[in-house]
Design a protein around this ligand. Structure first.
Ligand code: G6P
Length: 483
């Protein structure tokens, strides 16, 4: 019989809202990680998802004993949670892995950082203890992301019988950026990660950053085996010995590039509410070409340089004025952090400047949408002539994969070399250095000028690459490899 499956992730498959009358309602959790995992776990009867209570309503649900089958929410002290999630995961690990620091000022590792790090350690330990308590003998545990980088090591100490995997959905920092962290913190992260039997990443690049860094740290022993750059997903690996465990135990590092479920996405994109949004958007755009982007407003998404590139396009190639509309969906994210709020405001300001500079009575050059509206995003996908996906750095970027699958007339994808999707889509995308605004403006021009047949042909190949490893298969591959 197959062994029990447990998943640990900061965000759960649902969250609660507290009504005015004190009743609790359940809502589906947000974000790519959640939708991918939910689909994959639907195939695993009896699986358990351990997540954190993210809000007061979630904590209230835990206290009242409200829960959904297959989900266990951990009621973590709110201050400790804030330190771990906002203070370390979002402000330190996210910035490190995405190379976002504005280095004349940041990062600063002081006593306050140490205090937050202790909270991060305790928050990870809460997950490790819950997993140790719930797991049957020999169960398979799949730990998700930078929020829980210490869990594999902590869990291994509590339950050496378990098969443990960890998957990183973000990039992994280069050695230079990792080297900004205090040495003992790097060692702790390496130690935590090497507690796993298998470590998964979206790309070879992220996997090799981890493996290269780990073998320079004394938490790891020797690097071993092979790390080929081609071949089927999930079969190529590197083995690291976890030296600190005093036993000959290997951690395999592998790539599992998450893809799109074409059938499901196309069905979602053709629901009546999407048709309605599409009709509205078509009326607004009035037959012009469209450059589309859909992102959460993350600093890593590079929305500002995307707008600067669009401005340069309209300046250097004035023939496009009045003939193109930039549909920029930028949904709110992590608004607890001031740096995110400021960034969101800058996006709105720059879009308004562009509209003021170039707009005419019957043409608004940029339409910004800040409401998280999935039906509208799918409508944008269907009508996009050009997709702008220019993150500074991104674990995968599923938008780059989703647009070609849904696009109706074919869509030219302008893609950053910093996106994980670059590894699989580079052949048919127009690739750009995310910092090079002029190159991005020229790529937009090339994309808008691309003959329809070429666009359609490239889109077919992009869609084939994008659907190579849909979520259910991505998850199954990791489970099987875990043994
Ligand atoms: C993005 C990243 C994931 C991460 C998630 C967390 O989707 O790609 O790696 O887990 O953000 O977002 P949250 O809103 O939970 O902070």
């Amino acid at each position: 019989m197959a062994s029990q499956v447990l998943v640990a992730a900061n965000r759960g498959p649902l969250s609660y809202v507290l009504g005015d009358d004190g009743t609790l309602g359940a809502r589906r959790g947000g974000g790519g990680l959640v939708s991918g995992l939910s689909a994959a776990l639907a195939e695993q009867p009896g699986a358990l998802w351990i997540c954190a209570a993210l809000s007061d309503a979630d904590r209230e649900a835990v206290r009242r004993g409200v829960s959904e089958p297959g989900v266990r929410m951990l009621d973590i002290d709110p201050t400790m949670y804030d330190d771990a999630y906002n203070g370390i995961a979002n402000s330190v690990l996210w910035f490190t892995h995405h190379h976002l620091y504005d280095v004349p000022r940041e990062p600063v590792f002081d006593a306050e950082f140490r205090r937050r790090w202790d909270s991060y350690t305790a928050y990870n330990a809460a997950f490790a203890h819950a997993l140790a308590e719930e797991a049957e003998q020999g169960a398979r545990v799949l730990v998700q992301d930078y929020h829980l980088a210490l869990v594999p090591g902590q869990l291994r100490e509590l339950r050496p019988d378990l098969r443990i995997a960890h998957f990183t959905h973000t990039p992994w920092a280069s050695r230079e950026f990792m080297g900004m962290l205090p040495d003992d913190i790097v060692s702790r992260l390496t130690w935590g990660m090497l507690g796993a039997d298998r470590l998964g990443f979206h790309t070879w690049e992220w996997a090799s950053h981890f493996a290269g860094g780990a073998t320079r740290d004394d938490a790891a022993g020797i690097a071993d085996s092979f790390f080929p750059r081609d071949g089927a997903p999930g079969v190529n690996h590197r083995r690291l010995t976890g030296g600190r465990y005093g036993e000959k135990r290997f951690t395999e590092v592998a790539r599992y590039p998450l893809g799109v479920d074409a059938e499901e996405l196309r069905a979602l994109a053709h629901r009546p509410e999407v048709d309605e949004k599409l009709a509205e958007l078509r009326a607004e755009v009035a037959g012009r070409l469209t450059i589309a982007r859909v992102d959460r407003t993350e600093l890593s998404k590079n929305i500002l340089r995307g707008l600067l590139a669009y401005r340069e396009l309209l300046t250097v190639h004035p023939e496009w004025r009045g003939r193109v509309v930039h549909l920029a969906s930028a949904y709110p994210s992590r608004q607890d952090l001031k740096v995110y709020r400021d960034y969101t405001a800058s996006v709105a300001e720059l879009a308004a400047e562009i509209n003021a500079e170039f707009g005419t009575d019957d043409w608004q050059p940029v339409l910004v949408s800040v409401k998280d509206d999935f039906a509208r995003s799918l409508a944008v996908y269907r009508m996009a002539d050009v997709a702008l996906v220019n993150p500074v750095r991104d674990g995968m970027n599923l938008v780059a994969k989703e647009i070609p699958v849904v696009s109706e007339a074919g869509c030219a994808v302008v893609l950053s070399t910093g996106a994980g999707a670059y590894e699989e889509l580079r052949g048919d995308a127009l690739t750009v250095n995310p910092y090079d605004v002029s190159e991005t403006a020229e790529a937009l021009h090339t994309a808008l000028s691309m003959p329809a047949e070429e666009r359609a042909e490239r889109t077919k190949r992009l869609a084939a690459a994008a659907t190579a490893l849909p979520p259910a298969q991505w998850f199954r591959a990791q489970l099987e490899d875990l043994g």
